[in-house]
Design a protein around this ligand. Structure first.
Ligand SMILES: Cc1cc2nc3c(=O)[nH]c(=O)nc-3n(C[C@H](O)[C@H](O)[C@H](O)COP(=O)(O)OP(=O)(O)OC[C@H]3O[C@@H](n4cnc5c(N)ncnc54)[C@H](O)[C@@H]3O)c2cc1C
Length: 300
């Protein structure tokens, strides 16, 4: 059994649909990052889409500038998962739509007879296949969201963060609904295997340095029993059965992709004195980094 401190890392400060980016996040579920090779990304993404594990491709986000006619058509369909804005540009009116790969894929599949967005998306992601017989719309362009005005950035910039904390932390994080998640799975990961050091990795309790020796002994004893029981059960049962006796302080990796607007909601609730200390510990420094990068967030 080993005990580590919680941590976080920012994986992207702007939407990214690169296959390798999506693969690296999808592999968090299986903890199979060691299988990443130069050519593994498109195969992995194909596997995800064939198995309908589409939540993973939600981490790939792209903003497109589209002609007014296409914008109006999409708007009329009232899509749930696009951020859409029209605004006055330097010369003309601009129409921009931000969506993740899943949102674009599902919308495209429903309306492929009438919209021709596939070429631009297929250039950047193997989720989409472009065949030469399909019509091309040269007026569809990728938008660099860093160049947008602040009032647009808050809806159109998506930030991806990986947290390493305990299962209690992750249960709370996934309650934020306007976001996408990828989490290490206790169904697929067998902590009895070499790649996990044949042991449980736990997050150091926030109260460790301020509580009694007795509390620490109880925690260590129960954790050790959980590890012993898990190892015993997983000799004959799959991880999905053995996981029942894992303790809540088990380490988990969880990736979240959300718009700046949703991060504001998350910080209001989770970087607050009422939030759980494990939440506060990671959310305060993350909030500071995002406000340094996007100072206008202070006004929201
Ligand atoms: C200190 C604390 C204690 C908590 N205790 C408990 C508890 O005891 N039990 C418990 O079950 N949960 C608890 N929670 C979780 C809490 O109830 C929320 O589920 C969580 O904080 C997500 O917040 P949210 O729903 O405001 O925003 P999000 O899910 O992040 O959504 C963002 C915004 O989208 C909008 N939105 C999203 N979905 C809907 C919808 N369906 N309808 C209308 N508007 C929507 C709202 O404007 C919302 O602010 C606690 C949270 C905190 C911070």
């Amino acid at each position: 059994m080993q005990v580590i401190e919680p941590s976080f890392s920012i994986l992207s400060l702007q939407g990214n649909i690169d296959d390798k980016f999506v693969e690296s996040i999808g592999r968090v579920c299986y903890k199979s990052e060691h299988n990443i090779t130069k050519s593994s990304a498109s195969k992995f993404i194909k596997m995800l889409t064939e198995r309908n594990h589409l939540a993973m491709i939600e981490h790939g986000v792209i903003t497109l500038s589209v002609p007014q006619k296409l914008y109006t058509f999409i708007k009329q369909k009232n899509p749930k998962f696009f951020q859409m804005n029209e605004y006055k540009g330097i010369k003309d009116k601009q129409y921009i739509i931000t969506g993740n790969l899943r949102a674009w894929k599902e919308f495209y599949e429903e309306y492929k007879q009438v919209i021709n967005i596939i070429q631009v998306l297929s250039k950047h992601s193997s989720v989409f296949t472009f065949t030469k017989s399909q019509p091309i719309n040269k007026d569809i362009k990728i938008v660099n969201t860093n160049m947008l005005h602040n009032f647009l950035q808050v809806d159109h910039i998506f930030v991806t963060v990986k947290f390493i904390s305990n299962r209690g932390f992750s249960h709370e994080l996934v309650r934020h609904r306007i976001a996408s998640f990828a989490q290490e799975s206790t169904r697929y990961c067998n902590y009895n295997k070499d790649k996990f050091g044949s042991q449980l990795t736990l997050i150091k309790p926030y109260w460790w340095n301020t509580s009694s020796l007795f509390a620490k002994i109880i925690w260590s004893f129960v954790s050790k029993c959980s590890e012993w029981g898990y190892k015993f059960l997983s000799k004959t049962l799959p991880p999905q059965a053995a996981r029942g006796i894992l303790i809540n302080d088990l380490t988990t990796e969880i990736v979240i992709t959300a718009s700046l607007k949703e991060w504001v909601t998350i910080f209001k609730l989770r970087a607050a004195k009422e939030a759980h200390p494990d939440m506060q510990k990671l959310m305060y420094p993350l909030q500071k980094i995002l406000i340094d990068k996007f100072p206008f967030l202070k006004d929201y």
